[in-house]
Design a binder for this molecule. Structure first.
Ligand SMILES: [Zn+2]
Length: 137
């Protein structure tokens, strides 16, 4: 069963941890210090639920192309440096409570309204400490 969207519980403005690199290039973090993206954390800028990819602030992939420019006046030619979409399967949400990169469960919360109807809402829950992980806006 699929509606064309990738199932992810990661939402915009979440803090996530990268658990795997893409393998397609060198990865650096924002302060310019080279580091493997694995283990770095950042805030989710956007989520593309169609493609199952997210852009994470500060997690930057630097693609170095083999045919770098030989022209000294254009040293950056052949090198693309930007925040690139990361597959959501490579991201884990960081729980705001226990500060652990964690899997997320869903708890259904039922609210009884004054008119007697019950409204159910789904709350994300940290599987490590059990704290609610509200979506941020
Ligand atoms: Zn937690």
């Amino acid at each position: 069963m699929t509606n064309g969207k990738v199932k992810t519980r990661i939402r915009k403005n979440d803090i996530v941890q990268v658990i795997a690199g893409s393998g397609s290039g060198k990865i650096s973090i924002k302060d310019g210090e080279d580091a493997k993206a694995r283990g770095t954390r950042g805030k989710v800028i956007s989520v593309d639920r169609e493609k199952g990819r997210a852009i994470v602030q500060g997690v930057k992939m630097v693609f170095k192309h083999q045919r770098a420019s030989q022209d000294p006046s254009r040293p950056n030619l052949g090198r693309i440096e930007k925040e690139s979409p990361i597959d959501v399967s490579n991201l884990l949400l960081v729980c705001p409570k226990c500060d652990e990169a964690t899997r997320i469960g869903i708890r259904t919360e039922k609210h009884e309204r004054e008119n007697g109807k019950v409204k159910a809402s789904r709350v994300r829950v940290c599987k490590k400490c059990g704290a609610d992980v509200p979506e941020r806006s």
